[in-house]
Design a protein around this ligand. Structure first.
Ligand code: 5AD
Ligand code: SF4
Length: 474
């Protein structure tokens, strides 16, 4: 993969910024149209589905064509400077559209809305609406205000908003896989990270509403749900009727019991919080996928301390050992930051060796980008020159490429249960699916009795660095 592609790669597999809509809404049913683009993490894509539901109730139907829209929304990301630059560029483009369509409202949602607040309205005059991640219920009111030319801003963060009662409208759905948000916010305060400031305090969603959403999806033909949160292992909800504490492990089990043919995934796990109870629950249920996203960030204990990750190199590597002990076939992936404040060459090499030890199947890799207001910005100097950051990142990418290839080569000759998600992007004669370890497998359709949502046994007989290639066996 090109360096630039990897630098652009963010924390999800969705296409950044791509507009999507469930359907071209019926003009008789909806008096107005909205167009939405999402950037950043899976949580943002999931939030856009809540926003779509709120807007549907207000008589706004989705459109894939912004020229048809009365309302254009960008659900934004602040995690790195580059993410914000992309959105600013896009806003300038929409501003031009508005010149020939004065009634058009442009809104910024998500983390940039929260971080920049009214600045976006006042100094830059780029937008009409600014709505933070906990304020989506007020969108209808804010739209009305903006329609009368007032400044419409709500960036209040909440201690209890989880949108538990809102049934998301599935956008750009393949009808087979879906996200379920189980908690919001983050209390971890990793020193490089802006998320605790833009998404607020951590809170867990009512377990019954999560189960109801999973059951509803399954009854509509969905076969895989991914439980989403910034730190899913700290999920904690008290069932007051039964006087029972629901931990993440308990929740995982309850969702797995919806049906043995419903696959369950989750993201993201913090190495300090993932418990043996979670690992044993995974091992006990075939339909909980053998895959853990376990971000290391750095392989050096001193740097991890500066990052406020609250674990050491040894603790992290022991966690990897524990996962492999309980589930020898479990896939593991990571997030890695190159060139954090004061990182030395030797400390950078500790990251490379930790990667080798952990044998990641894949990683999301970034160079450090200082974010205003974070602990690192206030405490440490961003002192690693950009060329060194980029060179270290390139070394990290090369190690990961090698590990991904090795991991795929090990799968040659093995047979996996694969959930068919749809056509391969390259050919309508091939299926696209994933195995439990979250690896993509492409294989010829052979006969035409199968369809998306079916499980098949696929034997791997070839691979690239990113994909397994196989054939259906009976
Ligand atoms: N600079 C670079 N990468 C960052 N991440 C979070 N904040 C920053 C930053 N300031 C990465 C971390 C995190 C992922 C979502 O993004 O690796 O796990
Ligand atoms: Fe950011 Fe750390 Fe929370 Fe992840 S766990 S969202 S990196 S503060």
């Amino acid at each position: 993969m090109e360096m630039q592609d990897l630098l652009n790669k963010t924390h999800d597999e969705k296409r950044q910024g791509e507009a999507y809509a469930p359907f071209e809404a019926d003009p008789n049913q909806y008096k107005k149209r909205f167009y939405i683009e999402s950037y950043g993490c899976q949580m943002n894509f999931s939030d856009s589905e809540i926003v779509a539901s709120i807007l549907n109730n207000e008589g706004f139907g989705a459109t894939r064509n912004f020229l048809e829209a009365d309302l254009v929304l960008l659900n934004t990301c602040s995690i790195r400077e580059k993410a914000e630059q992309t959105v600013r560029k896009r806003l300038t483009e929409f501003r031009k559209v508005k010149e020939s369509k004065p009634g058009l409202l442009i809104g910024v949602l998500g983390c940039m809305a929260e971080r920049l607040k009214a600045k976006l309205l006042e100094e830059e005059k780029l937008v009409d609406l600014v709505v933070g991640p906990d304020a989506y219920r007020s969108l209808p009111m804010l739209i009305e205000e903006a329609e009368t030319g007032q400044k419409a801003v709500n960036v209040l963060l909440s201690r209890d908003e989880t949108y538990a009662d809102i049934s998301p409208v599935r956008l750009d759905s393949n009808g087979i896989t879906a996200f379920i948000s189980i908690m919001r916010g983050c209390n971890n305060m990793c020193s490089f990270c802006v998320v605790p400031f833009t998404r607020g305090r951590e809170r867990s969603r009512d377990a019954y509403s999560i189960l109801a959403e999973a059951e509803d999806l399954f009854s509509r033909g969905f076969k895989e749900v991914t439980l989403l949160g910034q730190n899913v292992d700290s999920y904690y909800w008290v069932d007051e009727q039964k006087d029972e504490v629901i931990t993440f492990a308990k929740l995982l089990e309850k969702v797995a019991l919806v049906s043995p043919t419903l696959r369950v995934r989750f993201s993201t796990s913090h190495p300090k919080d993932i418990t043996d109870e979670v690992l044993h629950t995974m091992a006990a249920h075939e339909n909980i996928c053998r895959y853990i996203h376990l971000p290391i960030q750095s392989g050096n204990t001193r740097v991890l301390q500066l990052m406020n990750r609250t674990y050491t190199r040894e603790w992290y590597l022991a966690k990897v050992d524990r996962i492999r002990e309980i589930m020898p076939d479990c896939g593991i992936s990571s997030d890695i930051i190159a060139g954090f404040c004061t990182e030395t060459e030797a400390e950078h090499r500790d990251t490379l060796s930790a990667m080798e030890y952990s044998k990641y199947d894949m990683s999301y890799m970034f160079f450090y980008s200082e974010r205003p207001g974070t602990l690192a910005e206030r405490r440490y100097e961003d002192d690693i020159p950009e060329d060194i950051k980029k060179r270290r990142l390139q070394e990290i990418i090369e190690v990961q490429n090698k590990l991904s290839k090795e991991s795929n080569l090990k799968d040659l000759g093995k047979t996996f249960k694969v959930l068919i998600e749809g056509n391969s992007k390259r050919s309508e004669f091939d299926w696209y699916g994933r195995n439990s370890q979250n690896k993509v497998i492409i294989f010829p359709k052979k006969d035409y009795t199968l369809q998306p949502g079916d499980y098949v046994q696929v034997k791997v007989n070839d691979c690239t660095q990113a994909t397994l290639i196989g054939e259906i066996i009976n």
